[in-house]
Design a protein around this ligand. Sequence first.
Ligand code: KG4
Ligand code: ZN
Length: 335
Amino acid sequence: MKNLILAIESSCDDSSIAIIDKNTLECKFHKKISQELDHSIYGGVVPELAARLHSEALPKILKQCKEHFKNLCAIAVTNEPGLSVSLLSGISMAKTLASALNLPLIPINHLKGHIYSLFLEEKISLDMGILLVSGGHTMVLYLKDDANLELLASTNDDSFGESFDKVAKMMNLGYPGGVIIENLAKNAKLKNISFNIPLKYSKELAYSFSGLKNAVRLEILKHENLSNDIKAEIAYAFENTACDHIMDKLEKIFNLYKFKNFGVVGGASANLNLRSRLQNLCQKYNANLKLAPLKFCSDNALMIARAAVDAYEKKEFVSVEEDILSPKNKNFSRI
Ligand code: KG4
Ligand code: ZN
């Protein structure tokens, strides 16, 4: 039976391929090769390096799942948003496969993919609030019961995950900063440093992390010798303020929208401090909190494959001749 969908994800610095059974949602294959170490020395993703590493890694992964080719019914690929040179690596491979195997091609929006990480093994549930926190985006969304997505809040500048990356870079701690800062914060002995919560006195339902990043920079400059203890103290104060900011605006949104269900997705949703605060907020407002498995919070092709199952049902196919590369986040208004 030809009921498997192969999906490719290469929007940033992870090369990943997954194969899902569209009838049972069983994951038949999933592999990811992360480039984090390669970019670590530069303190961020270098696009040209990312593209070269994708073109080495993707064929290696593809070789390992050839046995499933005879049962494929479609090829899916992340086509937006992301780094154009990275997206292109996945798109060219997807187009070649779709042509060679004569299969339909399904473009998938990366952020939609993150939302599907909540529903890897089940039917998608609509009518829920969603916090999306990744390296490129910070958004609060309302996934309405007609599958339309309403944007309730987003960031005016840096994203939540990106601010962790930048703070880690300022203290020469490596990339990506999320896990590094989270682990360092746990070692804080003194807790005397504090930062202002961004937009605390503004009615605007929006996020902003650039002022906080600047406050961290100024705090670092105060210390002639940045000892490990000071770094940990800064990491602790920064992480808590960033989480305070997310929760401050989120609580205002919870008061306006009486969510019964609330989900959190994106690479930074792995942050345990954030998760435990969300747990408390949902408890207070009687909402069910839905979390993606930790392994599938960061970029992966299984979430893309899962999104492609629903797109296949709706026949959201494109021709291989079509230019589907779209580095900006264009088609993100519907699930
Ligand atoms: O979704 P993702 O894998 O890639 C994008 O689509 O951007 O998210 C990666 C981002 C990075 O900025 C990384 O530092 C952040 O998620 N991140 C975290 C944590 N784990 C990953 N941020 C805070 N705490 C974490 N534990
Ligand atoms: Zn992502």
